[in-house]
Design a protein around this ligand. Structure first.
Ligand code: ZN
Length: 631
């Protein structure tokens, strides 16, 4: 059921909280030349009726009952029999499993979307809890399926090559890779049972803390008490003093409870070390390498290339200091807009038009999914209390579509987030039309292809429509800020996570200060002396949800991979023009049916080549050179 899991976006909600009383009244303008003020606050909420009429509708209970019946029937037909199946028998079994998963996906999606939209409503909490429990129960009931499937491909690996199973060949190859690490059925069941209120509860504790605390921030001289989402939204505020206040309020309060976060993270990491040993993983990262369908050598190469290329990022940060008239930038300037630049505000309609146009410029057909998402009202964009923080796109397989959640406050960053999430929706759109459900499970290395590509399409649309050097500077800085975070800071986060496990391996106790030390060391290897940090920033790691994700370690590096891969891809598009489009569509349509290596081959890129990642870095360097020309 990995396809249904909603991963927290790496992008934190960076939208501006302050007064949304501005409008830009030329919705078809593609440039940054016209920024006006907004007088209307639109309510953009998603329409989930395609899934279920309402949360209290009898169809909800009916779907739960049907999914339960299908799970029972699947168990009855297959338990104890899979290891003996012929290729044709296995084909039937895989198809039956897809039928069950498709049925369950609707209710699972509906409950998680309803809960994400408002986590404070008793009925969304109750349904979410009920479906989570059901999911855990069914996962336990059907644990035999992956165990027996594993035994089958382990004892008869030649079955993977049978013509009857051609649609599932890569799925089975991945099962084969994981099978060495599977435990017995009872052990797997016990892990699921104990994790539900064990390691999963540590994950929940961290998110509950963030969503229930209030932060005292001085906003443009006025004292305010804000929720985490609101305070976090002030981090890229145009006023430097406000940014300082928000940073210190957030990370100061997080740091006060540093030992609580340390207890959570320490438990999650140590739990993983224990589980990794039981499962015979060579390293705490191996499970993630298998999940991401990639190899240690490729990732090692990637991280090394980024660290060696961090000088380019520092060169940019020094350039930004110059643009901000500072000797050195502070950590609160990393995502800050340039001073004096006009604050750009967009209505939701304008954002919709810009993103649609950016996608259409590549190819009109390529924008179909984007247009459909708006027509079907599959987006929830209005900020509200109790709404899940950040942004995500969740695939809707049965509807051959997706749902997007974000908190849109009208900033340029919000427009980019929209372009990003609609890239995921586009990927889902192509994959759902060409793949069966088991092939929809794309690893994160590949899952970010269309989303990052969409951001680059938007960047070029905006740069082409902007004549003013000041605005080009502001836009290039914003793009480089984001790219710098995703590529370089995220590499620091990977090194941090590696350091935690090395530390545990050496018998070190991970208390708050020890964890902070690991973070600041990993961070400083990337940033050197190009940034000064508030002391509170040692607690920066405490707020990242992905460090706490139970049984999902090393969430970070696929994003670095994706960024560098898509940069290389975009260079190809610039070289090849329209001839590139069918290759991109083919790569997206493949979903998870082939490996990331083969996805690269579809478009003519070899990610295993030792110098491959340098190609992506060159795009980053070219953007800096563009900026240097106008500074
Ligand atoms: Zn994404």
């Amino acid at each position: 059921m990995a396809y249904l899991r909603i991963l927290p976006s790496l992008k934190s909600s960076t939208s501006v909280f302050s007064n949304r009383n501005k409008i830009q009244n030329n919705p078809t303008d593609t440039s940054l030349e016209e920024a006006h003020t907004l007088t209307i606050t639109q309510q953009i909420t998603w329409d989930l009726t395609e899934l279920f009429p309402s949360i209290t509708d009898p169809k909800v209970n009916q779907a739960i009952a049907e999914a339960t019946t299908l799970a029972d029937a699947f168990e009855k037909a297959n338990r104890g029999k899979i290891t003996q199946l012929s290729a044709e028998g296995l084909l039937r079994c895989l198809r039956d499993f897809e039928v069950f998963e498709a049925k369950f996906s609707d209710i699972s999606l509906f409950s998680s979307l309803s809960f994400s939209a408002d986590m404070t409503l008793p009925q969304t909490q109750a349904l979410n809890d009920r479906v989570n429990k059901l999911e855990a129960q069914i996962a336990k009931q059907l644990a035999f399926y992956s165990l027996e499937l594993g035994s089958l491909v382990k004892s008869k690996p030649q079955i993977i090559q049978e013509q009857a199973l051609v649609n599932y060949r890569h799925v089975l190859e991945r099962v084969h890779r994981r099978v060495e690490h599977q435990l017995s059925e009872v052990e797997e069941q016990l892990i699921i049972e104990k994790d539900q209120f064990g390691v999963n509860a540590w994950e929940e504790l961290q998110s509950k803390w963030l969503n229930t605390r209030l932060f005292d921030v001085t906003v443009l001289g006025e004292k305010k008490t804000l929720s985490y989402g609101e305070a976090n939204g002030l981090l890229p505020h145009r006023d430097r003093v406000t940014r300082e206040s928000a940073n210190k309020a957030i990370y100061g309060l997080l740091g006060k409870d540093g030992e609580v976060f340390s207890a959570a993270l320490r438990s999650i990491c140590n739990d993983w070390v224990t589980v990794s040993k039981r499962r015979k993983y060579a390293s705490p990262m191996e499970s993630s390498l298998i999940s991401n369908d990639t190899q240690e050598g490729i990732i090692g190469n990637l991280l090394k290339t980024i660290e060696e290329g961090a000088g380019a990022y520092r060169r940019y940060l020094k350039l930004k200091a110059k643009l901000m008239d500072l000797p050195v930038i502070g950590n609160h300037d990393l995502l800050a807009p340039l001073p004096g630049a006009t604050e750009l505000k967009f209505t939701y309609q304008e954002a919709q038009n810009l993103v649609t146009q950016a996608y259409s410029r590549l190819d009109p057909q390529y924008a179909t999914a984007v247009k459909e998402m708006f027509q079907k009202h599959h987006l929830d964009a209005t900020p509200r209390f109790g709404k899940r923080n950040g942004a995500f796109c969740a695939g809707y397989y049965n509807g051959k579509s997706a749902y997007i959640l974000q908190s849109f406050n009208g900033s340029l960053t919000d427009v980019f987030t929209l372009a990003h999430e609609l890239g995921h929706a586009t990927h889902d759109w192509y994959a759902a039309r060409n793949q069966t459900l088991l092939n929809m499970n794309t690893p994160s290395t590949v899952a970010e292809t269309a989303s990052i590509f969409g951001e680059l399409l938007l960047t070029d649309l905006l740069l082409d429509g902007t004549k003013s050097d000041e605005k080009r500077k502001a836009l290039l800085c914003m793009v480089l800020d984001e790219a710098g975070m995703t590529t370089f800071q995220v590499t620091a986060r990977v090194r941090f996570e590696q350091a935690l496990y090395n530390s545990i391996g050496q018998g070190e106790f991970l208390n708050y200060k020890t964890i902070c030390n690991h973070w600041t060391k990993s961070r400083d290897r990337i940033y050197g002396n190009a940034v000064t940090w508030f002391p509170e920033m040692e607690a920066e790691w405490t707020m990242k949800p992905h460090y706490y994700m139970a049984n999902y370690r090393f969430y970070n590096y696929p994003y670095v991979y994706a960024q560098m891969f898509v940069y290389a891809l975009y260079t190809l598009y610039l070289q090849e023009g329209k001839a590139f489009v069918p290759k991109l569509v083919k790569a997206l349509s493949a979903g998870g049916s082939v490996s990331p290596l083969e996805i690269g081959e579809i478009v003519g890129l070899n990610v295993a080549a030792p110098d491959f990642w340098n190609g992506g870095l060159k795009v980053f360097e070219r953007l800096i050179a563009d900026l240097e020309k106008i500074v």
